[in-house]
Design a binder for this molecule. Structure first.
Ligand code: GLC
Length: 534
């Protein structure tokens, strides 16, 4: 595509999330590392990825596998050194790719020196860096706020006889972002990486960063069902998504704006209308508030089509859309909708308007892997054992080849691999099967990157029923594409209200490619097509 100044690099990026523990081990300790990622950059380039997001690689006691940071400006020795990081960043850039880091500002590890100081005495200068409160009558917790990972959000500290607040594990105390010193310290941590040339951040749980000043009780959720996480018993209206959070995000964004074209993504699980506020007034907050509609919605053509319209309609002027199909916190797409529908899902992700984010391994059709009870590692799974909430199944090592441990490690992998890896892996798909999931992803990515209509064109909904949905993407003076997706397993019909004709450029079933179609189109079950309209 010709360079178009209306669009910055991240508008046209395809983002690929790497969970570093599970991508590629290079030193036989069973845990993936930076050098391993370096070895796989050629693969990512082959696939057509231009932006890599790394889940946390900082020093951490690993209570939440790196989302509990004890040093914001270092690299965990498990992953390598700062030199390894610099090398990786150089190599990413040498390939014309971008690298974004995970930034976790809401909480630190309880082993972070700031927290160790803060908890040492009530008069310590860092006491107010965290959220400390007196006990209520009879030693009661200060309010009813719950931890996302189960139980109360308050932990009693015997030394200083107060509670501290943790929205996640007790090993992840929440910072007090109302304190200007906290803000400055964290902004400096951001600058440390931006100075190195990092291209942006995915900011962890950004909507949690500020809590109600008066610590009011959260109301009961009237729709709670016992199979849901205990956290959902209450509506977190006072512990998250406070109006003041937007001042903080604006300031974070201003730090990024001290540099050239750096990207801020915000992790936000909120309904569409609230999500939109995170673009900020004049789009001065997150460039991309993560849009998890495709993760959260049931796999239903009508519901998804309606949600896309709602999202498109709610975007602020100048706000750029984005779509996410999977991540390290949610079941993999192939396990959620089945392997056949995962192809349709890939077509959806890569033909919608806005920046797509892929989760490592999904491109090779990786599934959730059953982890025996006594091997569960994820604290969310361990803390609520009866609810099947462990995130381990979606975090298993990348299936590279049929070699021992799928070529992931020469040691013992930290989490077991899918037993099917000898059959289902990258190398096999690359070598033989042009119709494999991997080639399908590669072709979709290449097609998207070469067709301005898909990359930056408008989105126009055409049709949706209980089985299928259809939409048109078109950039000015460019061929239009009609995308029809059958989200069901049964054959379906699409009848256009207006005459049309075109050729199928890409289809989930290769036999359809090259066929001419008109206004009456029949699709096989699990089929999706991209039609280049005449
Ligand atoms: C985010 C991360 C998740 C982590 C949590 C606490 O939701 O994606 O993995 O456990 O924040 O940091």
């Amino acid at each position: 595509m010709q360079e178009d100044k209306r669009f910055l690099w991240w508008h046209t990026a395809v983002i690929y999330q790497i969970y570093p523990r599970s991508y590629q081990d290079s030193n036989g300790d069973g845990v993936g590392d930076l050098h391993g990622i370096l070895q796989r950059l050629d693969y990512l380039q082959w696939l057509g990825i231009n932006t890599v997001w790394l889940s946390p690689i900082y020093p951490s006691p690993m209570a939440d596998f790196g989302y509990d940071i004890s040093d914001y400006t270092g690299i965990h020795p498990l992953f390598g050194s700062l030199d390894d990081f610099d090398k990786l960043l150089d190599e990413v850039h040498a390939r014309g790719m971008k690298l974004i880091l995970d930034f976790v500002p809401n909480h630190t590890s309880d082993k972070h020196p700031w927290f160790l100081e803060s908890r040492s005495s009530r008069t310590n200068p860092k006491r107010d860096w965290y959220i400390w409160e007196d006990a209520g009558p009879d030693g009661a917790v200060p309010n009813n706020w719950l931890s996302v990972f189960g139980g109360s959000g308050w932990e009693w500290d015997e030394t200083t006889r107060q509670y501290y607040y943790h929205g996640f594990l007790k090993e992840q105390p929440d910072l007090n972002w109302r304190n200007p010193e906290v803000q400055e310290a964290m902004f400096d941590a951001m600058r440390f990486w931006l100075d190195k040339g990092v291209d942006g951040f995915r900011v962890d749980v950004i909507w949690h960063m500020i809590k109600d000043k008066e610590l009011r009780d959260n109301p009961v959720n009237p729709d709670y069902q016992p199979h849901l996480p205990t956290y959902d018993q209450l509506l977190p209206v006072y512990s998250t998504d406070q109006p003041e959070v937007h001042h903080i995000i604006r300031k974070m964004r201003a730090v990024l704006d001290e540099y050239d074209e750096r990207l801020m993504i915000g992790e936000i699980y909120l309904p569409i209308q609230k999500l939109m506020l995170y673009y900020g007034e004049d789009n001065k907050e997150a460039h991309l508030p993560f849009n998890f509609l495709l993760i959260d919605l049931p796999w239903d053509a009508q519901k998804i089509a309606a949600a896309i319209d709602q999202y498109e309609g709610a975007l602020p002027a100048g706000g750029w859309p984005n779509w996410v199909l999977g991540n390290h916190d949610r079941p993999r797409i192939a396990s959620r909708v089945g392997i056949q529908q995962a192809r349709v899902a890939a077509m959806l992700l890569l033909t919608l308007r806005g920046t797509p984010t892929l989760y490592y391994g999904d491109e090779a059709g990786m599934r959730d892997v059953p982890i025996p009870f006594d091997e569960v590692q994820d604290p969310q799974g361990l803390n609520m054992p009866d609810k099947n909430l462990s995130r381990d199944p979606a975090r298993t090592p990348m299936q590279w080849s049929s070699d021992t441990n799928a070529g992931f490690t020469e040691g013992t992998p930290w989490l077991r691999l899918d037993k099917a890896y000898p059959r289902e892996n990258v190398e096999k798909q690359q070598a033989g099967d042009l119709y494999s999931m991997l080639f399908f992803y590669k072709r979709l990515i290449a097609f998207r990157q070469k067709e301005p209509s898909l990359l930056t064109g408008s989105y126009r909904p055409v049709y949706a029923d209980t089985q299928a949905m259809a939409y048109i993407r078109q950039e000015e003076n460019q061929p239009a594409f009609l995308i029809i997706l059958n989200l069901s397993h049964r054959p379906c019909y699409f009848t256009s209200k207006t005459p049309l004709s075109g050729v199928i450029d890409i289809a989930t079933s290769p036999e359809s490619e090259g066929q001419r179609v008109n206004e009456r189109i029949s699709l096989s079950g699990d089929e999706g097509i991209i039609v280049r309209l005449d």
